[in-house]
Design a protein around this ligand. Sequence first.
Ligand SMILES: *[C@@H]1O[C@H](CO)[C@@H](O)[C@H](O)[C@H]1NC(C)=O
Ligand SMILES: *[C@@H]1O[C@H](CO)[C@@H](O)[C@H](O)[C@H]1NC(C)=O
Ligand SMILES: *[C@@H]1O[C@H](CO)[C@@H](O)[C@H](O)[C@H]1NC(C)=O
Ligand SMILES: *[C@@H]1O[C@H](CO)[C@@H](O)[C@H](O)[C@H]1NC(C)=O
Length: 355
Amino acid sequence: MLDKRRLHAPGSPPCTLLFVAALTITGCLSFWLLNGCPGPPLLVSSPMVAQSPAYVLILPGNGSVHPRPYVLSELPPDDETTLIDVRNFRFVINHEPCNKTQPLLLMLIHSAPSNIPKRMVIRETWGQRRNGAIVLFLIGTDDKLQNQIEEEDKIYGDIVQGNFKDAYRNMTYKHVMALKWATYHCPGAKYVLKLDDDVFVHTPAMLEFLSHDLSPWGARRLILCDLMAMAMVKRSWRSKWRVSPLEYPGKTYPVYCAGWAIIYSPDSVFSLYREAQKESYFWIDDVHITGTLAKKVNLTQTPLNSLILKKERLKAVLEKQNSPGDFLFGPANMAESDIRALWYIVTSKPWPSFN
Ligand SMILES: *[C@@H]1O[C@H](CO)[C@@H](O)[C@H](O)[C@H]1NC(C)=O
Ligand SMILES: *[C@@H]1O[C@H](CO)[C@@H](O)[C@H](O)[C@H]1NC(C)=O
Ligand SMILES: *[C@@H]1O[C@H](CO)[C@@H](O)[C@H](O)[C@H]1NC(C)=O
Ligand SMILES: *[C@@H]1O[C@H](CO)[C@@H](O)[C@H](O)[C@H]1NC(C)=O
């Protein structure tokens, strides 16, 4: 349970009202987690949000304006068995953890069949079972490892596997599979968080952020992430991200989200999914889905800015046991040992009880 007193201190107006006022007056998103109410807004510095937010929050009285994020009947009849240009798509391993429930947060983690140690770290740290959140690992196929994956899934029941080959250039299949899974199997989720398997999510802070700084009823048109602007298309043969002019003719990519952590509202998931199913394949998934397709369907990304713990800061936290302060995500590409260490620091601190 959330400690309401922290947010509604005696004598101060309720946060929700302040928030609506802040949103209306300044168009800013404020973040006063841990600071009581009202705290210093941390997410206001970007000119991109300073004008008016690109998303809408669902608040009491606003629900009827945004009744349902989407209806599945808008999709073509063969959509379920299609994944972009794969015509016989199916889930080899699947689960129904949402089954009529409406989790606040659905976390879909891109993983690779062989990344068992990474999945174990997540299960033991920030991905532990907790109310309001569902954690699943998304993988493709690898014939040599299939038995092992099935054994792992028997124990943990948190793997979703699609019948495409798990390969570097197949990342976009995985991302669209994530959008597909959320669309068909967890339509009630208020927020969908797409992640990589080498990241750190401060899950208690995240649930608090979603339900108090955003809205427990969810949002519309939301894509919240680490924004990449004016990124050059890599043409060098030495680059891991080399793209030929045939694959992508332009010199720069549109504004897009770094793929390691992206918060979507369910309607954003749906419109990006529907568009992805119609478009030709481009293998850099974050550029394609959160850049090219987001632009096509007229969605604007909102930057996470200060809610990411920077690399240097993480170093100080791990070496000197400094307090990490308020954050939702660690830096991208974390070592497993650092994920464990940061989780220990975050959870052994006196932290208001969330459950
Ligand atoms: C409530 O919905 C209306 C209509 O879509 C929108 O203009 C307004 O910004 C919403 N309120 C909040 C706080 O998101
Ligand atoms: C969903 O939950 C109900 C009751 O909790 C159960 O009977 C049913 O089998 C579940 N369905 C799936 C697909 O897991
Ligand atoms: C991607 O997956 C498809 C479908 O399984 C497969 O035909 C293709 O070879 C894979 N691509 C790579 C680079 O492995
Ligand atoms: C795109 O979305 C904005 C609101 O975010 C709206 O004002 C505008 O009319 C939309 N444009 C198109 C072409 O749908």
